[in-house]
Design a protein around this ligand. Structure first.
Ligand code: SF4
Length: 88
């Protein structure tokens, strides 16, 4: 087993913030808190959350979408069908 992978990686929960060293990248804690952690999110849950957020953004008025794109997404609208459109 490579040195960089935590020996007991299988005891940790399925969380997208978990590194192979058993550390947490989401919280300021260095070691994962395990299954009981209320911030635990699997990769599938992250994808579902993005999809939900993008559907909500796509349903907004276009002028508001453009304002949000400019402020938070560098002028791009990843939730839009025309993903390459950049509004600046
Ligand atoms: S501490 Fe919580 S958020 Fe961080 S890796 Fe563990 S389960 Fe995930």
């Amino acid at each position: 087993m490579p040195k960089s992978i935590h020996q007991d990686i299988m005891i940790f929960p399925n969380c997208s913030a978990l590194t192979t060293r058993g550390r947490c990248t989401r919280l300021t804690l260095s070691i994962c808190q395990g299954e009981g952690c209320t911030f635990k999110h699997s990769c599938e849950e992250d994808i579902n959350s993005f999809e939900y957020a993008y559907k909500r953004l796509a349903a907004l008025d276009l002028s508001l979408q453009i304002r949000i794109a400019n402020r938070y997404y560098g002028g791009e609208m990843p939730w839009s069908e025309a993903k390459k459109i950049k509004f600046t």
